[in-house]
Design a binder for this molecule. Sequence first.
Ligand code: HEC
Length: 190
Amino acid sequence: MNKMITAVSLVLMVSVSSQLVMAHGGATGIVKERMDLMDNMKDAVKQLKAIYKGDVEYDPDTIRNAALVIRDHSGDAMSRLFPEGSLEGKSEAKPIIWKEWNRFRTLADDQKKIAQGLYNAAQNRGTTAGGNMMAQSMMGSGSMMGNSKQIQQNMTNPEHLGSMPSDMVFKMLTDTCSSCHTRYRNDKDK
Ligand code: HEC
């Protein structure tokens, strides 16, 4: 009887774990956790893309919800899933992450602020057509040129981003995804 149960639960365990294997090419543990986190963000980006491409109607609530998903998956929530040397299985993470840990973590933190910025900008249904105005807004009002440090700060200041057209903030957000992936991820199908 006991043997039967053991045999049955073994079969169950094997089939459950082979499903996990299917999902992420063999990833388990923390590597799988961060793949899931990334995949959730990908879904949120997909929803946002549909809006900015005009496939679905502009809806500030949808934008806010997707922005919150991304915000809450960024910063520490993201970087804590990259403990030093965690490259098991099918991970696409590059070891250089831990050589440049501060830079990596800053990208994750910046993304969190930009996602909050998108949340704040959700009602700004604008277009980026007014290029000059945008450039000025990014540099901060009152100064003609601004210095690069000031621009840098404005780029990640959620209040400041909240005054920009939301499609521009969305572009900045997806740029953070790609700049991190370009440097820190081995990706065959980027
Ligand atoms: C700070 C760096 C960083 C940022 C920012 C970042 N990613 Fe990633 N992402 C990675 C790394 C590193 C991997 C590879 C993880 C692994 O395979 O262990 C990855 C993997 C992925 C994957 C593949 C997951 C899988 O199932 O294998 C997707 C999808 C993804 N990211 C989407 C996004 C999206 C969308 C954004 C922006 C909203 C984003 N990422 C922002 C570093 C980042």
